[in-house]
Design a protein around this ligand. Structure first.
Ligand SMILES: *Cc1c(COP(=O)(O)O)cnc(C)c1O
Length: 379
């Protein structure tokens, strides 16, 4: 089988037949000349329905996740919304992990709930609780984010797929934190993979985008229909930027993982730091599952300050090389306070995150410089 890095560079990306251009052209066009009414060239008619640059990205994403179909959207949340409104009807229920991304929780609890789609948060590590939460008639989706944002919990994808399929439910895995280089949920039995391509797939903090990848061709058709009918498509330039970034995904993830591993070990030794949350640490509560289903542990590290929220805020503000900002997955290191920033929308809900928590997106800079910055920020 062709290797991951070869696919990342070549899947769907043959040199342009018209000119020989090695890099897939950026097709900035809304519409396409027809050779007589209905005489479409290559099926292209209008760029919401299909665009060659977006198609190239979709082909590449499907190859990297080992799915049959990839679909690119304007953002991760646009991908999630399209998915959930394709597969859920009023009266249906979504079972989701107790620490999903704040924006995912907001979409489900504030936008879909008024349309009659309900949800129940559960601890996805408690498989009996998941089994009990799934009602065969109404539960349409089990939503699993692994590793999760920002607590870095890891869920057993194969075990959740078994529970989902026993009751005709879809298992959706948000694979944003791991990327397909470190984890391929469809090969473990998941039905749909969700990405915020804004993060590691884009990798350079310069594009907002999202994607879905599925194994089943019929589900792929339904999602493609809704992608066009709902219209939250990824634009050509955004698609081109993500395609460009995919080529280096493997080398970036290797460096992210190596740097984050060093940072996590360093934090463990620091007297001001309480829990260090990183799936690569042997003491992480889900380390065994992570080692089983991931080929590396990624670039995200969270930790708690023994001295509480004020200390956490101070570290975020004192860091210099780590930029205080939301988002993650770029080559540059970022630091943030989830309780007040990315996860503020989960305040007061079952998905609220601790106030003494700091989240790092460890970039690919020289790790000694990153450790020196943390050292002064924590001093
Ligand atoms: C950022 C993020 C999203 C949402 O993606 P957007 O591109 O910001 O819409 C979903 N899931 C996870 C895990 C994320 O980090």
């Amino acid at each position: 089988m062709t290797g991951f890095n070869t696919l990342a560079i070549h899947a769907g990306q043959e040199p342009d037949p018209a000119t020989g251009a090695v890099i897939p052209p950026l097709h900035l066009t809304t519409t396409y000349k027809q050779d007589g009414v209905g005489g479409l060239r290559g099926g292209y008619e209008y760029s919401r329905s299909a665009n060659p640059t977006r198609d190239t990205l979709q082909t590449a994403l499907a190859a990297l996740e080992q799915g049959t179909r990839g679909l690119a959207f304007a953002s991760g949340l646009a991908a999630e919304d399209t998915l959930l409104r394709t597969v859920c009807r009023p009266g249906d229920r979504i079972v989701l992990g107790g620490d999903a991304y704040g924006g995912t929780y907001r979409l489900i609890s504030r936008v879909l709930e008024p349309w009659g789609v309900t949800h129940s948060p559960v601890d996805l590590n408690d498989l009996d609780a998941v089994r009990a939460a799934v009602a065969p008639e109404t539960t349409r989706v089990i939503w699993c984010e692994t590793p999760s944002n920002p607590l870095l919990n890891v869920s057993d994808i194969a075990a959740l797929a078994e529970i989902a399929h026993a009751s005709g439910t879809l298992l959706v895995v948000d694979n944003t934190f791991a990327s397909p280089y470190l984890q391929q949920p469809l090969t473990l039995g998941a039905d749909v993979v969700v990405h915020s391509t804004t993060k590691y797939l884009g990798g350079h903090s310069d594009v907002v985008g999202g994607a879905l990848v599925v194994a089943d061709t019929e589900l792929g058709e339904r999602l493609a229909y809704h992608q066009n009918a709902m219209g939250a498509v990824g634009g050509p330039f955004d698609s081109w930027l993500v395609l460009r970034s995919l080529k280096t995904l493997g080398v970036r993830m290797d460096r992210h993982s190596a740097n984050a591993g060093r940072v996590a070990e360093w934090l463990l030794e620091h007297p001001g730091v309480g829990d260090v949350l990183y799936p690569g640490l042997p003491q992480h509560r889900n380390h065994e599952i992570a080692a089983k289903q991931m080929s590396g542990f990624g670039g995200m590290v969270s930790f708690r300050l023994k001295a509480g929220e004020e200390a956490a805020l101070r570290v975020c503000e004192r860091a210099q090389l780590f930029t205080l900002a939301e988002s993650l997955g770029g080559v540059e290191s970022l630091i943030e306070h989830p309780h007040r920033m990315t996860h503020a929308s989960a305040a007061g809900s079952p998905l609220e995150v601790p106030a003494d928590l700091v989240r790092l997106s460890v970039g690919i800079e020289d790790v000694d410089d990153l450790l020196a910055d943390l050292d002064q920020a924590l001093a």
